[in-house]
Write a protein of this length. Structure first.
Length: 348
């Protein structure tokens, strides 16, 4: 096969079939008399719904930057078993996986230790950087937060392994439990937006996001997506999950703020005409940081899996430039070193 169209088509084949089905289905809320998980969920601020032809157009015309096959990282010290009451420690493992430690409780967000973010193990986006904490070096995990069911955020092999080794509670949006139960995971809490669950004294609130869900051709928006706020003695922590820009950031600040520590995605935004309503660009991530009035924001969702077309370093370069230009205006926005544990107190 020759030419950019065929190269791009070959690269996208693992997801073409899914896209042809669910890209053409509009988001709406079906009749309330239907059982909850036979309805579709929808965004308060609508996202742009692309047709299958839009997806083909992207494959035909995309200018996909070449990422390195592998990025070397320096080994970091393993995390402590737990941290003391009143302290907050975080370690970005890679992509949207963060280990959050506070009040003796250990929480993982969107954990993925697999080599591919895909429905199959032999194709799809491959890791450019290994998980910064080896799985066997994790402390005992009390809770796993799952923002939505896309493969780079709900990685079943990792979740099954966590369930077998740590037996945490899995907290996710409504109707995500059926996917987990099919794989033998039973300690599940499902929440609607603004609903909450308490885990060992930590309040976990499920918050709105501007995104969508689906793992195959027939489940588009059948499960709810969102982010999480965690209330601990040392402050308020926000994990955005996957989201486009919207008024929900100000809503979260107004209802649950002030935000002491926010984890905000900065990657997977190019081309904008395909991604802008469901992913944040670096400039939108900065605006979300300002809307949240966050004391400290930490970049996630970059430099791990090549999901879209921007170069591997571009999101970091852009958010770093914005942070320098706006120094002294609001809180700080930092780019993490994967695997390096940071106490929030060190940044304040």
């Amino acid at each position: 096969m020759k030419g950019p169209f065929f190269k791009n088509l070959a690269a996208g084949l693992p997801v073409v079939a899914v896209a042809l089905f669910y890209c053409v289905i509009p988001a709406f809320c079906e009749h309330e008399k239907k059982p909850m998980c036979k309805r579709r969920f929808y965004n308060v601020e609508q996202v742009k719904h692309h047709t299958a032809w839009d997806f083909v157009k992207w494959l035909a015309t995309r200018k996909r930057s070449r990422w390195p096959d592998r990025v070397r990282t320096e080994p970091c010290d393993p995390p402590p078993r737990q941290v003391s009451t009143g302290m907050i420690r975080y370690t970005v493992v890679g992509h949207s996986t963060v280990l959050i430690q506070a009040d003796g409780v250990n929480i993982l967000t969107d954990p993925i230790w697999s080599q591919r973010a895909s429905m199959v193990s032999w194709a799809g986006p491959r890791r450019a950087v290994d998980p910064a904490i080896p799985f066997d070096k994790l402390p005992s995990i009390d809770a796993v937060l799952i923002s939505h069911n896309h493969y780079d955020h709900m990685d079943i092999p990792t979740l099954k392994r966590l369930a077998a080794v740590h037996d945490p509670v899995f907290v996710a949006g409504l109707c995500n439990g059926r996917t987990l139960r099919r794989h033998g995971i039973t300690r599940i809490v499902e929440l609607g937006w603004w609903q909450e669950h308490e885990c060992k004294g930590v309040r976990i609130i499920f918050t709105p996001a501007r995104h969508f869900s689906g793992r195959g051709p027939f489940d588009y928006n059948r499960s709810l997506w969102g982010g999480f706020v965690m209330k601990v003695s040392g402050g308020t922590i926000y994990f955005a999950g996957d989201t486009g820009y919207g008024k929900h950031f100000k809503d979260i600040r107004d209802r649950l703020g002030p935000i002491d520590l926010a984890f905000i995605p900065i990657g997977a935004y190019d081309p904008a005409w395909m991604m802008e309503t469901v992913h944040l660009s670096p400039s939108e991530a900065w605006q979300a940081h300002m809307d949240l009035d966050a004391l400290v924001s930490v970049a996630i969702h970059f430099g791990t899996f090549q999901l879209t077309d921007e170069p591997i370093d571009e999101p970091v370069e852009k958010i770093s430039t914005l942070a320098r230009r706006n120094q002294g205006r609001g809180g700080i926005f930092v780019v993490p070193t994967f695997g390096k544990g940071v106490y929030l107190e060190e940044l304040q």
